[in-house]
Design a protein around this ligand. Structure first.
Ligand code: SF4
Length: 244
């Protein structure tokens, strides 16, 4: 029997996702192959251009009965993958609720509302409230950069900006530091402020944040709420559209 985590990097084939046949190529993870084939597996910290980190665990699926993050489990022939089940979607909803209460996410006043991956995924998983007690952490806003700002109240520590800055921009402007509940996003500059870093509005890292942390100044609410990406169509129906 195939191990769900078997590395089968050189052989293309097919696996079954929720009963449907999905083709994969050499080296594909389950999430990569499913996304290419137009199947929605909920996720937050994965982006096709920046590899897998396995941080958020929202993309957890069952592979031959064993759980694993579909962004890190290599696709292999004959796998039976379950994703869209009540059990897994309830687990995802719980993880999303924990992310909401760990930060300060006030959707109605957020510039990212309607374009936010966290909000859209929560809607897709049927989340209607936070369930857990809000922690209301004290987090800073950094407006020291002439073109960009950081509202760390909304950071879910997905690490996408870290990987984009390293891999695409070759700058390493961001890092994640601290432990446990004190884990937080760091800016790589002498003062720790964005304005003293090498960050630029044209960086790839300036365009990958799934929530409303990394914002472009003087562009607020350019598209009215109600007409934004996930206002128009749910995230589960935008699998093949390019990510921004
Ligand atoms: S700032 Fe945005 S992209 Fe960076 S770790 Fe936080 S949520 Fe993720």
């Amino acid at each position: 029997m195939n191990s769900p985590h078997r590395i089968d990097a050189l052989t293309p084939g097919t696996f079954k996702l929720d009963g449907e046949e999905v083709e994969f190529g050499p080296g594909d993870s389950i999430l990569e192959a499913a996304t290419r084939a137009g199947h929605y597996i909920p996720h937050l910290c994965w982006h096709p251009d920046f590899g897998a980190a396995g941080n958020c665990r929202i993309c957890t699926v069952k592979v031959n009965g064993r759980t694993g993050a579909s962004c890190t489990v290599q696709a292999a022939s004959g796998q039976e993958v379950q994703s869209n089940t009540l059990e897994l979607n309830e687990q995802r909803k719980t993880m999303l609720q924990m992310l909401f209460v760990e930060g300060n996410h006030f959707c109605p006043s957020c510039e990212k509302s309607g374009n936010c991956g966290l909000q859209a995924t929560a809607y897709a998983m049927g989340m209607q409230g936070p369930h857990f007690e809000e922690l209301y952490p004290n987090r800073p806003v950094d407006a020291t950069h002439p073109e960009m700002m950081l509202d760390l109240n909304r950071c879910i520590l997905c690490g996408l900006c870290v990987r984009a800055s390293e891999q695409a921009d070759k700058k390493s402007v961001f890092a994640i530091g601290g432990h446990g509940i004190k884990t937080h996003l760091l800016v790589n500059s002498e003062s720790g402020q964005l304005g003293d870093s090498e960050f630029s509005a044209s960086d790839r890292a300036a365009h990958v944040c799934p929530t409303g942390v990394i914002l472009h100044k003087r562009q607020g609410f350019a598209t009215p709420i109600g007409q934004r990406r996930f206002d128009v169509k749910p995230i589960s129906e935008q699998v093949e559209e390019s990510k921004t």
